[in-house]
Design a protein around this ligand. Structure first.
Ligand SMILES: *Cc1c(COP(=O)(O)O)cnc(C)c1O
Length: 454
């Protein structure tokens, strides 16, 4: 198959089940704790926020969970997604490395988020929920949930981080087109939002604050539930359709990845791509290096602490053991809104702690430089988030150029930037800034972490 560029599966090859990595790990991940009792939370604790089916998936020990027909039917609008060999980028970099990207920008909203939005909306609708509340950073998750809510007849209310709300007006229009209601966060509509605005009236917001607002609204309305676009076990599990397809497509290409690279905000596109490959690695199959890439401005894996912390700013969520910068940490308003989260998926954090995944951070100017290089070679303008993964691919490909190594690199291009073009305008005009985050700032935010919970 010399010269082949795209590797496409047939609709009939759509995965029929999601993969749950938990039972395959050498040690189980530490459980979420109730903030009052410090005991593991029970399904009843979560019932006001999530439907029963998702609470079950969150804790399941089953290796596989079947994808309901109703979900598969919506997935078929864009899945299976293509795997593409970045031959033009390889040529431009003069590298002997072979670079493949799994492209999730073909979804209705242009990112991987629909892979979990659709099942989340489905299970909520099936259990009679009428309204979903959520937060959104870049607007990718809000658009995905708005789309999925429309598919299953649910109302959807979204708190969008103020920085993104102002930087990315088209996302709001997309959410409203799908029928959702959008509020800038922090808002005056919730206690959590009002508390932040009282302290910092010009707050640019954060995912942590927006989560507090959406959780508060769902908890106060018996007809509503809350949906999270990343971080939780069931979200990462839904995303494994990416990696299951990529495994089959790499086999079509006749290549095996030596290195798998992905960007991490809450860990879902990364987990989704990587977990099926990690399953094979743990079972004694191919042994790729696996590398997470995060922004230098929000470096939870590389500079945070692995400890119990809240998932939101107001402290309304269970305590999650994860790599965290402290729930009071407010990252600079970098353009990769989806990566502006103080914490990390507890499951991925555990896997990093076990030494199965390594992490690096990259400043945003380098990411946009890589994004532009990629766009000029491949024709896809990558979202600011996966441009972090691409920056690491470029670093690695250039190392291969110098060493002559024919490394096979696989990455998730988890979204395109067609609604994030103002970020590229800022970069192209030379006005994009990178500020070095000081140890003192992190220490200060870490003071918000509750006393030793285990
Ligand atoms: C939300 C988002 C991210 C960050 O979330 P993860 O859970 O880490 O994947 C990254 N890229 C895109 C395009 C996103 O929409």
């Amino acid at each position: 198959m010399a010269g082949r560029t795209t590797f496409r599966l047939d609709e009939s090859d759509l995965p029929t089940r999601w993969y749950n990595i938990v039972p395959d790990l050498p040690k189980p991940p530490p459980p979420p704790l109730h903030p009052g009792t410090r005991e593991p939370i029970t399904p009843d604790d979560l019932a006001p926020l999530f439907p029963r089916a998702l609470i079950e998936q969150e804790a399941t020990q089953d290796r596989y969970v079947p994808i309901p027909d109703e979900v598969a039917e919506v997935y078929r609008l864009w899945r299976p997604s293509p795997l593409i060999r970045a031959r033009r980028l390889e040529r431009e970099l003069g590298t002997p490395a072979r670079i493949y990207y799994k492209y999730e920008g073909v979804s209705p909203v242009g990112s991987h988020k629909t892979n979990t939005a659709v099942p989340q909306a489905y299970y909520n609708a099936a259990e009679g929920v009428g309204l979903l509340t959520t937060e959104t950073g870049a607007g990718q998750w809000g658009s995905a949930l708005a789309f999925a809510s429309a598919q299953f007849g649910l109302d959807c209310e979204v708190w969008q981080v103020r920085a993104s709300y102002d930087q990315k007006p088209y996302r709001k229009i997309m959410m409203e087109t799908f029928g959702a209601t959008v509020h800038a966060s922090p808002s005056e509509l919730t206690e959590s939002g009002r508390a932040v605005l009282a302290r910092t009236p010009d707050s640019t917001g954060s995912l942590g604050i927006a989560i507090s607002e959406a959780v508060e609204m769902a908890a106060g309305n018996p007809n509503a539930r809350y949906a999270l676009g990343s971080v939780l076990n069931h979200v990462l599990m839904h995303q494994t359709v990416i990696g299951e397809e990529a495994l089959a497509q790499m086999a079509m290409a006749g290549d095996t990845p030596d290195l798998i690279v992905g960007c991490t905000g809450g860990g879902s596109n990364f987990g989704g791509l990587v977990f099926p490959f990690l399953r094979e690695k743990l079972a004694g199959g191919p042994q790729p290096e696996i590398r997470a890439v995060e922004p230098a401005a929000c470096p939870s894996l590389t500079r945070g602490v692995y400890t119990y912390d809240f998932g939101d700013t107001a402290g309304l969520t269970p305590l999650l053991k994860m790599h965290t910068l402290g729930h009071a940490f407010i990252p600079d308003p970098i353009h990769a809104g989806g990566l502006r989260y103080h914490g990390m998926s507890p499951l991925l954090s555990h896997i990093v702690d076990l030494g199965l995944v390594e992490a690096v951070s990259v400043p945003q100017n380098e990411c946009f430089a890589a994004g532009i290089r990629f766009a000029r070679a491949e024709g896809v303008i990558p979202a600011p988030e996966p441009s972090h993964a691409l920056a690491e691919c470029v670093r690695e490909a250039l190392r291969c150029r110098d060493s002559g190594e024919e490394k096979v690199i696989l990455t998730a291009l988890c979204g395109h930037a067609l609604l994030d073009l103002p970020a590229y305008a800022t970069y192209l005009s030379g006005d994009m800034t990178d500020r070095l985050l000081s140890d003192d700032e992190i220490r200060l935010a870490m003071a918000s972490v509750p006393e030793a919970a285990g």
